[in-house]
Write a protein that binds this ligand. Structure first.
Ligand code: HEC
Ligand code: HEC
Length: 290
């Protein structure tokens, strides 16, 4: 086969190659700039960070939390099932720099806000293993001993062009880095209208498969201690979450509460445990000795 004639003409080849690369660059790099961060790309409900939240964000970056936590839901089935609709560019317009990250030693945090009550975060940040025994997340208790520098937070807000009030700045001097971190974590993803679309669907028959069964109650006790005790207490006496002793919901409602969570109010969904374990806990809570 003979070589095409342009391959023997270096100048022409150079021009054609440059053209080919240029077209590729325009399509993959230049055009997206016209689409990203435009008005149509904005999400009305995604608002800038307050001074306290921004201070928390800066501590997050300083501590390198993004080495273990991503903040982006990838367009992959496993991600969407776990965290909801995949991330859109408009979710990050106020994130400078963005903290998408590339590693997940811990879970994605892009939609974390409201998942847990504040009190859970204070305890978890101070000593993760108290809440999640197998956690390998380091403890950050020292953040509670470090106060915020109101002046530098104000400067950061000015540079970023975020709105703030004098009252918000004054308030900072009575807050710690821990307060700022918790405020930041509770803000994450709260402005995203579709963040709850990973709705937990209850499939199958909603009927207690092992009513008052002693083996189920014993198994439920273990599952409860591992997953619920940090918030509802060892003896169901309550703590971060309400007391569950004497819970008088019927079996089906209790199942729905645990399986689906009350995700606006800091009670996470436990669908990931599977329905068998949730039914075991229902039996433990309603019919076991506490
Ligand atoms: C060495 C890796 C590592 C580092 C560094 C790390 N984490 Fe974690 N994080 C984890 C792991 C693993 C989990 C899951 C177990 C748990 O909840 O403790 C987790 C869980 C969390 C959760 C609960 C998420 C959920 O949906 O349940 C939050 C919030 C969190 N981390 C915040 C932070 C913050 C803020 C920092 C930085 C100050 C940080 N993490 C640093 C590994 C890490
Ligand atoms: C991160 C803390 C946390 C964890 C872990 C947690 N809960 Fe909750 N739970 C809450 C909070 C907060 C509420 C209150 C929500 C509300 O009032 O709307 C709640 C509410 C409930 C309710 C409704 C109580 C009522 O009287 O309305 C039940 C039942 C319940 N949780 C069971 C469980 C079970 C079972 C587990 C373990 C699988 C569990 N929870 C794990 C925080 C938690």
């Amino acid at each position: 086969m003979s070589t095409p004639s342009f391959e023997k003409k270096p100048i022409l080849l150079l021009l054609l190659a440059t053209l080919a690369i240029l077209v590729g660059t325009i399509i993959t790099m230049v055009l997206p700039f016209a689409w990203v961060n435009t008005e149509s790309d904005r999400i009305e409900t995604v608002t800038p960070y307050s001074p306290l939240e921004q201070a928390g964000r800066d501590v997050y970056i300083r501590e390198g939390c993004n080495n273990c936590h991503s903040q982006t839901v990838r367009p992959l089935v496993a991600d969407v099932l776990r965290y909801g609709e995949y991330s859109k560019s408009g979710e990050f317009v106020h994130d400078r720099p963005h903290l998408w990250g590339s590693r997940r030693t811990g879970p994605d945090l892009a939609r974390l806000g409201g998942k847990y009550p504040n009190a859970w975060h204070y305890q978890h940040m101070a000593a993760p293993m108290v809440m999640i025994p197998k956690s390998n997340m380091p403890a950050y208790a020292f953040l509670s001993e470090r106060s915020l520098e109101a002046n530098s937070v104000r400067k950061a807000m000015d540079v970023l062009g975020f709105p703030y009030t004098q009252a918000e700045i004054d308030e900072l001097s009575s807050k710690t880095e821990m307060d700022a971190m918790v405020a930041y974590l509770q803000k994450l993803g709260t402005g995203i209208p579709w963040r709850k679309t990973a709705a937990v669907e209850i499939v199958g028959d909603l009927k207690n498969p092992f009513p008052k069964d002693t083996a189920a109650i014993a198994a439920g006790r273990t599952v409860y201690q591992q997953n619920c005790a940090p918030c509802h207490g060892d003896q169901l006496e309550g703590g971060i979450g309400p007391e569950l002793e004497g819970e008088n919901y019927d079996d089906e409602i209790l199942f729905e509460l645990i399986y689906g969570g009350i995700t606006d109010n800091g009670m996470p969904s436990f669908a990931n445990l599977g329905s068998q374990k949730v039914w075991q806990m229902v039996n433990f809570i309603r019919y076991g000795d506490h």
